[in-house]
Design a protein around this ligand. Sequence first.
Ligand code: 5GP
Ligand code: MN
Length: 339
Amino acid sequence: MNKQDISNIKLLLSTKKRIVIVPHKNPDGDAIGSTLGLYHYLLKGNHDVKVIAPNDYPNFLKWIPGENTILKHDSQTQECNALINEADIIFTLDFNAFHRTGNMETILSESSAIKIMIDHHQAPDDYATYMFSDVSMSSTCEMIYYFIDMLGDTNKVDSNIATCLYVGIMTDTGSFRFRSTTSRTHEIVAHLIEKGADNTNIHAHVYDSNSYNRLQLLGCALNNLKVIPESKTAYITLSQNELQKYDYKKGDTEGVVNYGLSLDGIVLAAIFIEDKQEGIIKISLRSKGDFSVNELSRAHFNGGGHTNAAGGRSHLSLQDTVEKFISILPSYSKALNNE
Ligand code: 5GP
Ligand code: MN
């Protein structure tokens, strides 16, 4: 995003606009935090602003300021489509291609609104009028802070905006520990705390709100953990039966894949989660160092993401998906053992 883009956007936002903000399907902390952070900022400019999520999100995000105003496209389709069709500007946050919004793909690609993409995933599609895409960023929330800064408005960051942005930076950096966390990230977070982000409380909301069933499900996942030492790989499976047994709710498996990566000497971790309703196996991949799970997922599992965190899916059975995964590991042997 260059200076000309910024001054164009400034001019655009100098008069009241109908604005829709969209995160990716199955929104996570960064997706909800960034959309709501931007929402509160744009409301200060007196715009008509709506956040439209493709679908629902986990309960541990259902306290963030403004969260109760989010529309869900899957259950409020007509209302959402009307808003999209009437929008002057559509911000697309924390994703890089319309298909990442599931069933919203068609209406978004047909919309004639000005599109502004703010995102940190690799290989973005070329749909945006204005694109702020930077894979080195810890989170889209950090980018929203820069966006507000580029517009000369950091003085407008209040406790609502600060709280929303803190959530996404915290969740996407694994609480400020992943490689993408820089001194600048910490400076921004310090500023957010000064502006009213209650860091202890936010952490408690997101991480200390487990149900008993969720911990039991984690126990089951850890029991299923397998290690392939020669490939420095660990993987976890969760079948639909296991999910049902522990009354699985959206978000319950968030972060479970990281337990595999926490094993000493492991470079690649995966979790395979059976979703009978969608007829797919949802895959999450994590890595350490330069081993790119984005590339692995793009090549074999219809997905993508970042170097150290990516997602994908498979239409094979749970067992066949795991077998496919194991069978491709030898072709990555050099990269895995170089780490
Ligand atoms: P997760 O494993 O938490 O679902 O996803 C990890 C990261 O990869 C997230 O940043 C997520 O946005 C991204 N990601 C997940 N699934 C896909 C996918 O199918 N395509 C792309 N491009 N990115 C994905
Ligand atoms: Mn993100």
